[in-house]
Design a protein around this ligand. Structure first.
Ligand code: AMP
Ligand code: MG
Length: 348
């Protein structure tokens, strides 16, 4: 264990047997039981965990992240018994989804059980819950043996962390510790679905695709907030503060030609221009910094590297980032959702 100021850092090997006996896991779990907040890897991004039954722990999560208190948290569990503790009921359709996708990147919104802190659910009568598919996360949950609220372990508004270093860059001295289990696999957050009786609605696209869900349960709805209107580009109301790098981000729909135009325009203003592209096109642009984010032929690699690439631009001193867009298919729906939310403007 290392100590960086007030924040502890444990490195763990994801592959060791019996992780729940590992000293680092034991210590991290103890801190969670004492209502401290600890960051750990999941298969999506790093989460900042806190006891879901404790207002004190939940307050610490909101304070460390600078997160608005009306934005509810996802509760992480490792067993069926814990699910029954934190929800009031599990409709049949939820059971089907759980059987297929847990542990995994699918969050269900279900009627809330009594014990869960109302601060964690922002006063709602529902609770968001998932079982993560990562050996370190599961070991910590089992060892602590309490449901753990865990939003992404970044300062609110910034790109989510996919390494322990990203966590420290944002939260050093603000949290009790971080468990380093290496780079996360999927790279974008879980899919969030609302369960209303037997109706299923996607509130946030993520690691599990709509197609995967529909294979199991038939038709599922998509909330209108997910279907961003790309036909009102450059509107001043489009100032999101989610997943955002320091420099303004322009997402360009359409071909390379359009990107070249915008590079020229920005350079004429004397701006240092960064380009977010993929391995296929990395030599196609003349700009101040060109970063490849995965490969277009395998969109899961773009998801894996998206947040790390946005964070890399923060270190490159660019005045503007111009990004290619991606097909809204499969995991591409989640990638474009995050890029659109991070963008200062969209260029059609
Ligand atoms: P994050 O913690 O950044 O991964 O975000 C969690 C997401 O789940 C946010 O979009 C929340 O608004 C959403 N969420 C959490 N709990 C609920 C709930 N009870 N009802 C609806 N959405 C929720
Ligand atoms: Mg987040």
């Amino acid at each position: 264990m290392e100590k960086l100021g007030k924040t502890k850092w444990w490195s763990v090997d994801n592959d060791v047997n019996n992780l729940i006996e590992d000293d680092s896991i034991v210590e991290a779990a103890q801190l969670l039981q004492q209502n401290e907040v600890v960051a750990f890897p999941t298969e999506t991004v790093y989460g900042l965990g806190g006891n879901a039954y404790s207002d004190e722990a939940i307050n610490k999560i909101f304070a460390a992240k600078g997160r608005p208190t009306d934005n509810p948290l996802i509760i992480h569990i490792y067993s069926q018994e814990q699910l029954n503790e934190i929800v009031a009921s599990v409709p049949k359709v939820a059971k089907q989804l759980i059987e297929t996708f847990w542990p995994g990147p699918l969050t269900l919104i279900l009627p809330k059980g009594k014990q869960v802190s109302e601060r964690a659910t922002a006063g709602l009568k529902t609770v968001a819950v998932r079982m993560p598919n990562h050996p370190v996360a599961l070991a910590i949950l089992e060892r602590a043996n309490i449901p753990i609220a865990a939003p992404s372990a970044n300062r609110s508004g910034k790109p989510s962390p996919t390494t322990a270093k990203h966590v420290i860059a944002d939260l050093n001295d603000k949290i009790a510790g971080v468990v380093d289990g290496g780079r996360t696999g999927i790279g974008v957050e879980s899919t969030v679905v609302q369960i209303d009786g037997e109706n299923v609605t996607i509130l946030r696209p993520g690691g599990i695709t709509r197609e995967q869900i529909e294979t199991i349960i038939g038709k599922c709805h998509v909330h209108e907030s997910v279907l961003t209107d790309i036909h009102s580009p450059q509107s001043p109301g489009m100032k999101y503060t989610h997943y955002a790098p320091l420099a303004p981000l322009y997402v360009v729909y359409g071909n390379e030609h359009r990107l070249h135009e915008w590079i020229a325009k920005e350079r004429a203003k004397g701006h240092r221009v960064g380009i977010l592209t993929t391995t296929e096109n990395v030599n196609a642009y003349k700009a101040d910094r060109v970063l490849a984010c995965g490969s277009r032929s395998e969109l899961s690699t773009v998801a894996e590297q998206l947040y790390a690439t946005l964070r890399q631009f923060d270190r490159e001193n660019v005045d503007v980032i111009i990004s290619e867009s991606f097909p809204k298919e499969g995991i591409g729906v989640a990638i474009m959702n995050r890029l659109e939310k991070a963008a200062t403007k969209m260029i059609v």
